[in-house]
Design a protein around this ligand. Sequence first.
Ligand SMILES: [Zn+2]
Length: 481
Amino acid sequence: MAKNPDEHQELGVTMNLVPEISNKVSGKHIYKKLQLGFSRAIALCCLSNLRHNIDGEIRALDASGCFGLAGVQWAKQFDTGVNIVINVAKGLKEIVETSLLQNQCKTSVKVLDEDSHVTMHSGKYMFIYLEAYGSAVTHFDAVFRSANHNGLVCITCTDTSVFQNKSPETARRLYGANLLQTEYYQELATRVIINNLVTAAARWNKGLKVLLCTFQEHGISVVCRVLRGPKNGNESMASLQNLVHCQLCQARCFLPVHRYIQNTRQLSICKCNSEGLEAPLMILGPMWGKDLFNKAFLFNLLHFGKMHRVPEKYCKLFFLMILESVCCDDQEAETCIVNEINRITFPEKKCCCKTETDNTEPKPKMLKLNATNEKNYDCKNNTKDIYDELQIMKQSSNIPFSVEETNTFQSSAPALFFDIRHHGIKGGNPPKLLSVIEELRSRGFKASKTHFNSCSVRTSADLLVFNDVLQKIWDKTLEAQ
Ligand SMILES: [Zn+2]
């Protein structure tokens, strides 16, 4: 089948990029929108998850403006149970309505072409997807006014360059935060966006539970559950913190929240000062200081991703995010988790993340809970938690998890990560990521890959330990030569 260059196909929907669209929306804007496939796949899986968890019809809003690709995808994938409203760019209403017909969408959809602030201020929704061109921050007030209790909000910002701190004034103006181009800037960005989500929600007496975050080349997405009530608002606000960052060595730690001025000299985050150097310690943020992921929610998304046949590369990302959110301190535990993901998310087949060469892949080993129970966990409480959670998962054959179960599986991953290219031995090649993870785990620390950056390690070890690990691996390499 010949592919029309003006046709965009995504998640079962074909969108004709007719000239009328390019007349109303700039080419750059369209290009950026088309790159956000992962964000729309997340939105689809979130809506599917919500539909599973909540009885009755769900009011879902695609507040993205532009040509309503996400909303059309929902209309195509869901026959019942969802009442969809799509807000598109001015003058594109008829085109999107035609597109719904062309894609044989069975659900009735209301298409609007008004300011999305107006749409959100004039109605309540259980699911809101907002995919902004640039920053979405000006919409946050409207989003949280509109979001129902226990509803989900999925926000995507595309102003990734702001977070590389190319213009600190812009970051300050839009997000009210101090940024820095650090090795972990992707996570910093995500946490600063959540800070803005939390404060916007709190003004409407609402709080949030962060379920998933991702930073891709073209956009940053955050998914959270909205919880009504000032108590929830206060709880979320209490998780906002500043981060102290040493500009010399890249060490960092969250600044404890105090009402009084503290002696910053007592903040010994690294040894730079004691080495006779006056280390400039920067205060970054404010930002979200708690977890970025919910393990059970990620499991659910992987399940629904498979159900809706989202592309393999997106399944892989969900998979990676689950491992990142667990951040094991033990190889065996990680292997068990991988097997468990295979078992409960892909019961009839092996994991979709394993590529075509299915018959050559080793069969996933079954989890041996009896054997693992006999292990001595005295020094590794964290691993014990993982095994306990796996037990619950094993007993719970009913994936997707319920909202209550989701609450028990909040991520236990440490905040922030180190990029192996920025540390270690001058002149030496960076070591293999897996050997660094292995060595950190052998010393009892949590360590895992991170989807934010393929050269980085998320770990509970501090910078001194991390550098020591790199040194040890380097020494071993020299010995071997
Ligand atoms: Zn330092």
